[in-house]
Design a protein around this ligand. Structure first.
Ligand SMILES: *Cc1c(COP(=O)(O)O)cnc(C)c1O
Length: 505
């Protein structure tokens, strides 16, 4: 492909994406394909001779588009958001277009330097303590990683190295392997699965401690677990606190957990993957109270801050611990700029680095602080609006509501909510997933797409209500049926109609 064809192909692809976004609201949010559908549509072998880009785009439309789940549809309310914005898409495109690999400073100075500045901007935007920033005098700093999972794992590895070094400095007769065999990590049972995974990967038992009835890990619970382990001769090493849990967006109390960790020299990592973006708005920063006790902090601009996947921001109070855990200096990587700019390869698992700072810069520059705050506040207000709608219908109960996430259910047996969600998923008009909250089966409703408006929230709410009508009708039907010892019975026989189900409860 020559450069002229690239211009045409690239422009056509941008048009395709733009058209996709203009029509996304009208598409069923979930695809209707079966497993293996794509293998049936593609040839078994690669093409012998090259084909035109026009054919490629046609294939995308014919084969790929039907198999997409539309994450940016305003009717997508599952999981947590994954970020998308046009500035970030263009940032990704330019990064691919430049095609450098930032494995050290000289391998592309702009890669490292833009990342340093962006991590300072971002840290200030969230109101993080100065000591986490690259621009502070101390050894703290920020880096962009690929995912929150990676960051939790990297934090664990750094905590492990630090603990081993600290203990061996105190008592040189200790053996590294003996120390490593005794290390323990802690988090709450509300943590993301990636937290448990980091313990598995890092060979450190991860104790998932019970959260309180609001979904928060409390200081007493942590302290008890630590004391129990110490009494057994084990060594507490790493704590992962949540600011915004995955099930209900609950916030652990850092001011309570922090001093406990600091007292025993336990590395405190803060996982704010989704909710961290809310700290761009000063009114939510009270939830950051106690963050000064943390050793590392992470949030995903790729979730809620309009930067396309992947872009996970990590700050550490002392980068030396990362570098000591990951540095395997080789002659060919040495260059004369050491010390003036961080060598980010020592802060991460892989050697090569993508230019993720570029899309982050485009988003910060084009939206500005106010644009990002507006986005966050708008999405939170939509979740509040949804909560209000649910509260108007007393067949339903709201279980939790925090940031852009509401969990709710049908009153009564869990089976009712299970039936509701399976009906909704079959219809494919909106997409939500179930969750568990204090033994109750709940529906998680997250405001995900940046295109979502009040009318979309109303559309989704009507979908829940109309399907609840069906379920509650059939419930009443079968109860009355059971009593009379007959099978199906018409609703009118039970003395109520669809519009007055409330009265029948
Ligand atoms: C989404 C999420 C994660 C996982 O994020 P990845 O970047 O996909 O690894 C971890 N923790 C919390 C609290 C999350 O919400």
């Amino acid at each position: 492909m020559d450069v002229d064809e690239f211009r045409e192909f690239g422009k056509a692809a941008v048009d395709y994406i733009a058209d996709y976004f203009q029509t996304i609201r009208d598409r069923p949010v979930l695809p209707s394909v079966h497993p293996g559908y794509l293998g049936e549509l593609l040839p078994k072998e690669p093409p012998q001779t090259g084909e035109s880009w026009q054919e490629v785009l046609q294939d995308v439309d014919r084969i790929i588009m039907p198999g997409l789940t539309h994450w940016h549809s305003p009717k997508f309310h599952a999981y947590y958001p994954t970020a998308h914005s046009f500035p970030a898409v263009v940032g990704e495109m330019m990064s691919a277009g430049f095609g450098c690999v930032g494995l050290n400073w000289v391998a592309s100075p702009a890669y490292t330097e833009l990342e340093v500045v962006m991590m300072n901007w971002l840290g200030k935007l969230l109101g993080l303590p100065e000591e986490f920033l690259n621009c502070s005098d101390g050894p703290g700093g920020g880096v962009i990683q690929g995912s929150a999972s990676e960051v939790t794992f990297i934090g664990l590895l750094a905590a492990k190295e630090k603990k081993v070094k600290d203990l061996m400095a105190q008592d040189p007769t200790l053996k590294e392997a003996d120390i490593k065999g005794k290390l323990v990590a802690y988090s709450s049972d509300q943590s993301n699965s990636s937290v448990e995974k980091s313990g598995l990967l890092g060979s450190m038992p991860m104790r998932l401690l019970p959260a309180d009835k609001e979904g928060k890990l409390r200081g007493d619970t942590l302290l008890d677990a630590i004391e129990k382990d110490k009494a057994q001769g084990l060594i507490p090493c790493y704590v992962v606190a949540n600011l915004g849990t995955t099930p209900t967006c609950a916030f652990d109390d850092l001011a309570e957990l922090g001093p406990i960790c600091n007292r025993d020299n336990i590395w405190l990592h803060v996982d704010a993957a989704y909710a961290g973006t809310a700290f761009t708005c000063p009114e939510y920063r009270y939830l950051l109270k106690g963050v000064e006790h943390a050793d590392s902090f992470n949030f995903n601009p790729h979730k809620w801050m309009l930067v396309n996947f992947d872009c996970s921001a990590m700050w550490v109070k002392n980068a030396r611990y990362l570098v000591e855990a990951f540095n395997v200096e080789r002659i060919y990587l040495k260059d004369q700029h050491k010390g003036l700019a961080p060598e980010y390869r020592h802060w991460q698992v892989s050697l090569g680095r993508r230019f993720r700072a570029l899309k982050l810069w485009f988003v910060l520059k084009i939206y500005g602080v106010e644009g990002i705050q507006k986005h966050v506040r708008h999405q939170i207000s939509l979740a509040k609006y949804f909560e209000e709608l649910v509260r108007t219908d007393d067949r339903f109960e709201v279980c939790t509501s925090s940031m852009g996430l509401v969990t709710f259910r049908l009153e009564g047996d869990n089976q009712l909510t299970k039936n509701l969600i399976s009906r909704i998923q079959e219809r494919k008009n909106i997409f939500v997933i179930p969750g568990q909250f204090r033994n109750k089966y709940v529906i998680r409703f997250a405001v995900c797409s940046r295109l979502t408006e009040r009318s979309d929230v109303e559309f989704s709410w009507k979908e829940f209500q109309s399907q609840a009508d069906e379920i509650i009708v059939s419930k009443i039907t079968s109860e009355v049926g059971d009593k009379k010892g007959i099978g199906a019975i018409q609703l009118s026989d039970a003395g109520c109609d669809k519009n007055s189900i409330e009265k029948c409860k």
